[in-house]
Design a protein around this ligand. Structure first.
Ligand code: TRP
Length: 453
C-alpha cells in the first residue's frame, strides 16, 4: 500500500481511538431513545433480561466476527467478502449492508434531528415552570408533526454527517469522540441518580427490573435480538469497516468486549432514567411511543436545580452521540465507493448523504407531517425492515460466512494476532457456527406470526 492510498483510507491513530470510535458508533439514539422505548413496549424487565442474554451470547459473537473479517481483509464489506471468497455470491451480504446503512441512516437522522429541535426548545425556555407528562407529550406531538422543522433538522444532521465523513476517518471521527463521550457518560450517571431519588421511582424500577415472565413471547425475543444488533451497530458491516482500520497487534477479543460492555451500560443507565421518571410523572411503564424519551427528559430536568443548563447540555451531547453513529452509518457506503469504485471521498459522501436525505423525507413526515406517510407510518416500516430484520439477516450470513465459507479455523488465526491465547475460542466457535445462526433462523421463521401477533 503506498502512502497516498494509506492516506485516503486512513488508519486509527491508536488502539484507544478505535475503541472510542467503535463505541461512538454503538452508543447513540439506539441506547437512549430506542432501548427504553422498545423495553417499554415489550414488557419491561423481561425484555431487559432477554436483551442482556442476546448481547452476551449473540451480539458479542457477531461483533468479534465482524472485527475479524474487517481486520483480516482491511476492506469495506463488499471488498471484504470478495477478498476472502472471490467472485462468489457472498459479497451480496456486503451490498445488503450498504443498502441497510442508507435505510437506517435515513430515519435515524430524523430522530437525531428531533434532538436538535429539543436543544433549541430547551434553550429558548419551552420547558420552564411546572412540567407534566401532558405538557411534554403535547409539545412533542406539535413539534414532530411540523413538516418544515423536522425536514430542516433532518437536513442539518445529514449535512454535518456528510461534512465530517468527507474529511476522512481519522480527522473526522477520532476528534469528536475522544472528548465528548466521557462527558455524556458522566451526565447520564448524574441524571440516573436524580431519577432514582424521585418519589415513586420504585414503581418504575420494578417495571424495568423485576421480570414478569407472563409477558415473555416470541416478539420479546425478536425485538431484544434486533435491538442488540442495532445498538451494537452489527449486521451491516459497520464493525467490519471499523475493524478494517485496526492494526495486527490489536486484541480483537477485548476490543469487542469493551465496546459491547460500554454500549450495554449506557442503555441500561438510560432505562434507569426513563422508568423512574415515568412513574414519578404518574404514568405506567408500558406507554412508550416513539416520543417517549423526548417527553420524559424535560420532566427530569425540571426536577433539578439548574435543570435548564443540564437540559441544554444533555441534548447537545445526545446530538454528538447520534452524530458519531450517523457518521459510522455513512462511512460504510462511502468506504465502498472509495475503495471499490475509486470515487473521491468527498463525492461519495455528498452523493450518499443527499440520497439519505431524500429517502428520509417520508419517515420525517410520518408523525403527522403528511397524512399519507403518517397513515402507512413509513418510519416504523423502515425501523422494522432495516433496523430489525435486515440486521438479523446480515448477522446470520456473517456468521455462516465466517463459520463455514471462510472457516472458523482460519478466522481464529486472525484473532490470534494480538491475542495469542484466545481462551474463549471453543465457546465463540460454537456460537458462530451453531447458536447464533440457529437462534436467528428460528426467529426469522416465526417472524410473520410474531409481527402480526
Ligand atoms: N448503534 C447505533 C445506536 O445505537 C446506531 C448505528 C450506528 C447502527 N451504526 C449502525 C445500527 C450500524 C445498526 C448498524 O444508536
Amino acid at each position: 500500500m503506498d502512502g497516498q492510498e494509506q492516506k485516503e483510507r486512513g488508519i486509527w491513530g491508536s488502539k484507544i481511538a478505535f475503541i472510542l470510535a467503535a463505541t461512538g458508533s454503538a452508543i447513540g439514539l439506539g441506547n437512549i431513545w430506542r432501548f427504553p422505548t422498545t423495553a417499554s413496549q415489550n414488557g419491561g424487565a423481561v425484555f431487559v433480561l432477554v436483551y442482556i442474554l442476546a448481547v452476551v451470547f449473540i451480539g458479542f459473537t457477531v461483533m468479534l466476527a465482524e472485527l475479524t473479517i474487517g481486520r483480516h481483509t482491511q476492506k469495506n464489506p463488499v471488498g471484504a467478502f470478495n477478498y476472502i471468497k472471490p467472485s462468489s455470491p457472498w459479497k451480496l451480504i456486503g451490498y445488503m449492508g450498504i443498502i441497510t446503512g442508507v435505510g437506517i441512516l435515513s430515519y435515524y437522522s430524523v430522530v437525531a434531528g428531533w434532538a436538535i429541535g429539543y436543544l433549541v426548545k430547551t434553550g429558548s425556555g419551552a420547558f420552564k415552570g411546572e412540567i407534566t407528562g401532558q405538557i411534554t407529550s403535547r409539545i412533542f406531538t406539535e413539534f414532530s408533526s411540523d413538516p418544515l422543522q423536522v425536514l430542516i433538522y433532518l437536513m442539518v444532521i445529514l449535512g454535518i454527517t456528510t461534512y465530517i465523513i468527507s474529511r476522512g476517518v481519522r480527522k473526522g471521527i477520532e476528534r469528536w469522540t475522544k472528548v465528548l463521550m466521557p462527558i455524556l457518560f458522566l451526565l447520564i450517571i448524574f441524571l440516573a441518580i436524580r431519577a432514582l431519588t424521585l418519589p415513586h421511582a420504585g414503581e418504575g424500577l420494578s417495571f424495568y427490573l423485576k421480570p414478569d415472565f407472563s409477558k415473555f413471547s416470541g416478539k420479546v425475543v425478536l425485538f431484544a435480538l434486533g435491538q442488540a444488533f442495532f445498538s451494537l451497530s452489527l449486521g451491516m458491516g459497520t464493525i467490519i469497516t471499523y475493524g478494517s482500520y485496526l492494526s495486527k497487534s490489536d486484541n480483537l477479543v477485548t476490543s469487542a468486549g469493551w465496546v459491547s460492555f460500554a454500549d450495554t451500560l449506557i442503555a441500561l443507565l438510560a432505562g434507569l432514567i426513563i422508568f423512574p421518571t415515568l412513574a414519578f410523572s404518574g404514568q405506567p411503564g408500558d406507554v412508550g411511543g416513539v416520543g417517549l424519551v423526548f417527553e420524559i427528559f424535560p420532566i427530569i430536568f425540571s426536577q433539578i436545580p439548574g435543570g435548564y443548563i443540564f437540559g441544554i447540555l444533555f441534548f447537545a451531547l445526545l446530538i454528538v452521540a447520534a452524530l458519531t453513529s450517523t457518521i459510522s452509518l455513512l462511512e460504510v457506503p462511502v468506504a465502498y465507493f472509495v475503495d471499490e469504485r475509486n470515487w473521491p471521498r468527498q463525492k461519495a459522501a455528498i452523493v450518499i448523504g443527499s440520497l439519505a436525505f431524500f429517502v428520509g423525507v417520508p419517515s420525517a413526515l410520518s408523525w403527522g407531517g403528511m397524512e399519507f406517510f403518517t397513515k402507512i407510518n413509513v418510519f416504523s416500516i423502515f425501523d422494522t425492515i432495516f433496523g430489525n430484520i435486515a440486521l438479523a439477516v446480515g448477522a446470520l450470513f456473517i456468521c455462516l460466512f465466517l463459520g463455514y465459507a471462510w472457516g472458523a479455523k482460519k478466522a481464529i488465526q486472525e484473532i490470534f494476532s494480538g491475542n495469542p491465547r484466545f481462551r474463549i475460542r471453543p465457546l465463540w466457535t460454537f456460537s458462530v457456527k451453531f447458536l447464533t445462526p440457529i437462534a436467528i433462523i428460528i426467529i426469522l421463521i416465526f417472524i410473520k406470526t410474531i409481527v402480526s401477533g
